[in-house]
Write a protein that binds this ligand. Structure first.
Ligand SMILES: CC(C)(COP(=O)(O)OP(=O)(O)OC[C@H]1O[C@@H](n2cnc3c(N)ncnc32)[C@H](O)[C@@H]1OP(=O)(O)O)[C@@H](O)C(=O)NCCC(=O)NCCS
Length: 185
């Protein structure tokens, strides 16, 4: 029998997802790379920071990544310009979007799902003709994430200082996306 190809899709996150997200954001493999112990969110924090209406007011869109019917991860995209809080203060291009993502289940890391998730999110964002470039900013020592983002078509430009500490600034232009899609087709 021919195996069914794995396909990761994204759906908008809703308020009903918040208890699941609270569980995920407290798992050690996510806490490690999502702000560390100091940023481990309580239930009140999750309700205050991740309610979709609150995020929308800040230019952030939250998603749940799905493998078939199964929720497998959290992702968010944001408009870089005007992020506030010391983030992306030099950015002037309103077409730049940023992305962050994590898989929910530690036993599923390193199996290619993250690459599928990131490609799905990048493709979704570039459906908007106003989007010029997508950025992501893993910690410089998060080698698994960096490799995943390279496989999904991002190029590492330089190490930067962010309000969360040093990060590797990685970008994918629309031209690189089109070229990457052509090569993997
Ligand atoms: C980051 C994340 C979404 C990537 O998803 P993933 O499914 O694990 O990634 P993939 O399997 O698609 O790709 C990972 C690649 O890194 C490689 N890798 C794994 N551990 C590595 C390490 N310590 N050093 C270097 N490469 C490593 C894998 O072998 C794979 O590359 P390959 O296919 O060339 O062999 C996922 O690992 C995750 O949720 N991590 C925990 C939270 C996190 O780091 N979030 C991101 C914050 S920026």
């Amino acid at each position: 029998m021919t195996p069914v190809p794995r396909r990761v899709t994204l759906r908008p996150m809703t308020e009903q997802d918040l208890p699941m997200l609270h569980d995920w954001l407290n798992r050690p493999h996510i806490v490690q790379w999502w702000g560390g112990e100091a940023a481990r969110p309580s239930w009140d924090d999750v309700q205050a920071q991740y309610r979709p209406s609150v995020m929308a007011a800040e230019g952030v869109t939250p998603y749940i990544a799905m493998l078939g019917d199964e929720p497998i991860g959290y992702a968010q995209s944001y408009v870089a310009v005007g992020s506030g809080g010391g983030w992306w203060e030099d950015e002037t291009d309103p077409g730049v979007r940023g992305i962050d993502q994590s898989l929910a289940d530690a036993s599923r890391l390193g199996q290619g799902l993250g690459t599928l998730l990131v490609r799905a999110l990048v493709a979704r964002l570039f459906e908007d003709p106003a989007v010029t470039r997508i950025q992501t900013d893993p910690a410089p020592d998060n080698l698994r994430a960096i490799r995943c983002y390279e496989k999904a078509g991002f190029a590492a430009l330089r190490t930067i200082d962010t309000p969360d500490g040093p990060a590797l600034y990685m970008v994918q232009t629309r031209e690189a996306f089109v070229e990457h899609a052509r090569r993997v087709a």
